[in-house]
Design a protein around this ligand. Sequence first.
Ligand SMILES: C[S@@+](CC[C@H](N)C(=O)[O-])C[C@H]1O[C@@H](n2cnc3c(N)ncnc32)[C@H](O)[C@@H]1O
Length: 191
Amino acid sequence: METQPQPYVLTLNNDEQDRMVAQHYLLRTAFGSDFNAPLKSQLQKGIVVLDVGCGPGTWTMEMSTAFPKSTFIGIDQNAFYPKDIKPRNCHFRTCGSLVVTHIAQTIDLPFPDNSIDYIYQRDMNWAFTGQTWQPLLLEYQRILKPGGWIECVEPDLETQNSLEQECMMNDKRKSLLSTLEKLMLIYARSL
Ligand SMILES: C[S@@+](CC[C@H](N)C(=O)[O-])C[C@H]1O[C@@H](n2cnc3c(N)ncnc32)[C@H](O)[C@@H]1O
């Protein structure tokens, strides 16, 4: 059964942009780092990094400054990111909606096969439908170079509320976890 697109549950105003910037520094302090993938030496040598749903671009800008030999590309449906003042190795692009409403739909990221070394995605669960995860992760697999890394930083929330919008959050969470399990199985079988 085809479901209707769900609206993005967060606002898109200046306060929300400020919140995203503040959250970036809060998470950096909590985790003690901007990333967890074991890629420090590769980032120092120079790799291609994609930040999916980059928002105001804080992570992308910080990482481009820390790793000037790597190339960072941030994409988002909304152009909150800086247009002019940014490091030379930092690029931003507006993309179409990454949300799909049924599992047979595909997502097209504007990058060739095997072109990205490291895909970073943070706090996108608010935007996606449960059906988005599988096509999106398959698309990540297509654009990722062999041996590349995907880092998803998403909250593990489960609401006890019975309101319909909040119940959907639980469905999205279950869909993400089951998709990750399936992909890990496919990957393990291919080894
Ligand atoms: C909570 S913010 C996270 C931003 C950033 N990753 C961070 O951690 O600071 C979620 C982002 O998803 C973007 N977004 C919302 N709906 C989207 C959609 N359908 N397709 C692509 N991006 C979307 C918003 O513009 C927003 O920048």
